[in-house]
Ligand binder design. Structure first.
Ligand SMILES: [Fe+2]
Length: 202
C-alpha cells in the first residue's frame, strides 16, 4: 500500500462534545479510509504515478490521463483534504494564533474575530458538499476559499493551512441540518499551533 491514513492525535471520543465519537470513528475509518484505498488502486495502475507524493499528484492532476485523473481528483483529494482536516483539530488546542500569525491575519482580515466571522459565513453558504479553507497563496497572503466535492486547494496552487469539512458525513449524526451549529462547535477544536506550523513551514 502506498498511502496510509495518518494516525489521529486523539481518540475518537476526545472531540466531544463538539464532534461525537461515532462521527469521528465513521469519518476516519470508513470515509477517509475509502478515499485512501481508492487512491492506492488508481496510483498502482500507472507506474509513473507510484513515486509521487499526494501533493505532487494533486498538483499534476491536469496532466494525468483518464480514468485515473478522475479517481485521483476525487479520492486523492479526499485523502489529502481529510489529512488536513484531522491535523488541525485537537481536544486541547492552542486557542489563539501566535503573534507572527496574528500579524498576517490582521493584515488581511483586520482581526481574528473578523476572520472567524467571514470564514463561518462562507462555510454556511456553501451549497452541497465541499470544504472551506484558510489558504496561503504564493505571496504568503492568507485567504478564505471554498472547494466543491473533494477538489483540493493544492490543485489551485494554494497551500491549505486550515480545513473545514462541510460534507454531511462530517456532522449529520449530531447536528442533522444545523450546519451553522457544527461550524460554531468546530472552532473550539481548531489548534492554532498546527495552523501556524502550516503557515510558516509549508
Ligand atoms: Fe469528510
Amino acid at each position: 500500500m502506498l498511502f496510509q491514513l495518518p494516525k489521529l492525535n486523539f481518540a475518537y471520543k476526545d472531540l466531544e462534545p463538539y464532534i461525537d465519537s461515532l462521527t469521528v470513528e465513521t469519518h476516519y475509518t470508513k470515509h477517509h479510509q475509502t478515499y485512501c484505498t481508492n487512491l492506492n488502486k488508481a496510483v498502482n495502475e500507472l507506474p509513473e504515478l507510484v513515486k509521487l507524493s499526494i501533493e505532487q499528484l494533486l498538483i499534476k492532476l491536469p496532466t494525468i490521463p483518464e480514468p485515473q485523473k478522475t479517481v485521483i481528483k476525487n479520492s486523492g483529494g479526499g485523502f489529502y483534504n481529510h489529512n488536513q482536516y484531522w491535523s488541525t483539530l485537537s481536544p486541547k488546542p492552542q486557542k489563539a494564533p501566535t503573534a507572527n500569525l496574528m500579524r498576517a491575519i490582521n493584515a488581511t482580515f483586520g482581526s481574528l474575530d473578523n476572520l472567524k466571522s467571514m470564514f463561518s459565513g462562507t462555510a454556511a453558504k456553501l451549497f452541497g458538499s465541499g470544504w472551506t479553507w484558510l489558504v496561503k497563496d504564493r505571496n504568503s497572503a492568507i485567504d478564505i476559499i471554498t472547494t466543491q466535492n473533494q477538489d483540493s486547494p493544492i490543485t489551485l496552487s494554494y497551500r491549505p493551512i486550515l480545513a473545514l469539512d462541510l460534507w454531511e458525513h462530517a456532522y449529520y449524526l449530531k447536528y442533522q441540518n444545523r450546519r451553522a451549529d457544527y461550524i460554531e462547535a468546530w472552532w473550539n477544536l481548531v489548534d492554532w499551533k498546527a495552523v501556524g506550523d502550516y503557515y510558516f513551514n509549508s
